[in-house]
Design a protein. Structure first.
Length: 573
């Protein structure tokens, strides 16, 4: 009785152990197949049946040969695989290999022997579906390859266009694991495709001697669908009937699978890139890889074209500037010659009028009646005014034609020199000129002197009869002032010249800077009406401006604002 009970307990323990083993095998994510040394299937778990599509009757029916043949038939090479299986039956080696299926699945297969008393009693086959991992690794590999290609492209900024497109085309073929590729550009309205390059393999296999280059999109076959539909087109069975196909000429590369994509610049298709004859079906991963690569290629080409256009525009601008500079130089020289000749030709008869008038007054002055002497005085005064007018016009023209190079100018020194030159006029007017702080700036010294002299003299001339004239001059530097949108904020010098004179109506603030513009008659205040026009022209030549604030009987304040640092000579505004 005790022996029977012990035997019963042992059997129960064995059944429990077998149950646990089976439960363990059923719970694993791997497909498990246990084969005896005689080739009989000892056990196959549910995951194994699911992986290989084994029907339940076949799995449970005990027909080991049919079960094994069903599995082997899905591996693609059953005889070769069966030979490897039989060799492993007699071996105590372990083995691991990767299986690739036609539908894209990837399995890892691991086998190890079952040993009993030192001999092989069977084998355990473990199958693991690594399709997702394999695809992720493949995507990572392709991404790395694409990034490497894009880096190489970025380094080809100075390479010829053909070298750039050929490299991109060959890289696209490799990334999609194809054997051929091509690249075509579109015209402005996307109606024509111009073939630009073929991959090396395609060129080697193509037997057409005179390959067409220009393809109207309307009559182009299946590869024109990427333009017509404005999206990537995948054709994994190129031999199947398709209404978009137009066939291809004798000698053309045979196509089994095909993928092409439109390359966009904004909303416009600028190119079509295509690949073909991949060993497996094209999918969205291939589309993404090819599109990203070709987008990178087009950005480089677009940048190259933009840089070339910019360089051409710059060269054209420099050429026009040089031509304009030469024209201005010729114009200034002609103006200078004209001004000199005009001055000489006009001054000569005026000098004779004045000279003969003086002689007439000296020789016959006593014989002239009051009217005659008045006429003679008017004639001589008019001639002298004309001489002054000609001199001022010549000075106005020479602001540009005889301009001097810019350099450091101490405005305080210039102001003191001007005051010394005007000392007699200041004494005659019974006034004074107060010179405050003035900075050192980059300017034309001669013109700065002319500017200050005209403004100070103007303040002395237009004084009130009941008030001694006082003219104040001072200046400062200021940062962040915009005088020209082209130059932006910069450091400027503000020069102010104010007086306590008669002033004028603010509505004439702009008029007084015009040539020959006067607010008073010659009998009230002498002058030609050019002095302030010269001041404005000097300010503008220095890239600045002049403004005035005034009111009747309240004096005037002139403000000149110019850049403290002038541009290089030749860039002068």
């Amino acid at each position: 009785m005790l022996c029977a009970a012990g035997h019963h307990d042992a059997e129960a323990a064995l059944r429990e152990s077998e149950g646990l083993l089976r439960a363990t095998l059923e719970s694993t994510a791997d497909g498990i197949l246990v084969v005896g040394a005689d080739g009989r299937v000892i056990h196959a778990n549910g995951r194994f049946a699911q992986m290989w599509g084994v029907p339940e009757p076949l799995l449970r029916g005990g027909d080991d040969e049919k079960l094994l043949q069903h599995v082997l038939s899905q591996l693609g090479e059953p005889e070769e695989f069966l030979a490897r299986v039989q060799a492993l039956y007699q071996s105590d080696e372990e083995g691991l290999e990767t299986i690739h299926f036609r539908d894209g699945r990837v399995f890892e297969r691991f086998t190890r022997p079952l040993m009993r008393e030192g001999r092989v009693a069977g084998r355990v086959w473990s199958f693991r579906d690594i399709t997702a991992r394999h695809r992720a690794e493949e995507r990572l590999r392709l991404d790395e390859a694409r990034l490497e290609a894009l880096v190489r492209l970025s380094e080809m900024a100075d390479a010829p266009l053909r070298a750039i497109t050929d490299f991109a085309m060959e890289s696209g073929v490799k990334l999609t694991r194809s054997t051929m590729g091509y690249l075509a550009f579109t015209n402005e309205d996307e109606s024509v495709l111009t073939m630009h390059s073929w991959s090396k393999t395609a060129m080697a296999e193509c037997a057409i001697e005179d390959k067409p280059v220009v393809y109207p999109v309307e009559t182009t076959g299946l590869w024109g669908e990427a333009v017509r539909q404005r999206r990537p087109i995948i054709t994994n069975d190129y031999g199947a009937p398709n209404p978009a196909k137009r066939g291809y000429p004798e000698g053309h590369v045979r196509v089994t699978r095909h993928l092409n994509i439109p390359v966009f610049d904004g909303d416009r298709i600028v190119a079509v890139a295509g690949v073909g004859n991949k060993s497996t079906d094209y999918d969205e991963t291939d589309v993404i890889q090819l599109r990203l690569l070709m987008d990178g290629m087009w950005r480089l080409i677009h940048r190259r074209r933009a840089e070339e256009a910019l360089r051409q525009a710059r060269d054209d601008l420099e050429r026009r500037v040089e031509e304009r500079t030469r024209e201005l130089a010729r114009s200034n020289a002609e103006l200078e010659r004209f001004a000199s000749v005009a001055s000489h030709d006009l001054q000569e008869p005026l000098r004779k009028v004045v000279a003969f008038g003086d002689r007439l007054a000296e020789a016959c002055g006593s014989a002239l009646d009051e009217s005659g002497r008045d006429y003679l005085d008017r004639m001589q005064n008019a001639a002298r005014r004309m001489q002054g007018l000609i001199s001022d016009l010549l000075a106005y023209s020479r602001v540009i034609s005889r301009a001097q190079p810019f350099g450091p100018v101490n405005l305080a020194d210039v102001a003191r020199e001007v005051v010394e030159d005007l000392e007699t006029r200041i004494e005659m007017a019974g006034g004074r000129v107060e010179v405050g702080p003035l900075p050192i700036i980059d300017a034309d010294r001669t013109q700065m002197r002319q500017l200050l002299q005209n403004l100070i003299a103007n303040g002395l001339k237009f004084h009130r009869p009941d008030l001694a004239p006082v003219v104040r001059v001072w200046g400062e530097l200021a940062d962040g002032v915009v005088l020209s949108p082209q130059r932006g904020p910069e450091r400027v010098c503000r020069i102010e010249v104010s007086d306590n004179g008669i002033g004028f109506d603010p509505k004439y603030a702009d008029r007084i800077f015009g040539v020959f513009q006067r607010l008073h008659g010659q009998s009230e205040y002498e002058g030609t009406g050019i002095g302030l026009a010269i001041c404005r022209r000097i300010a503008e030549r220095h890239g600045g401006q002049i403004e005035v604030e005034s009111a009747p009987e309240c004096g005037a304040r002139f403000t000149v604002t110019i850049p403290a640092c002038q541009p290089e000579e030749g860039d002068t505004p």
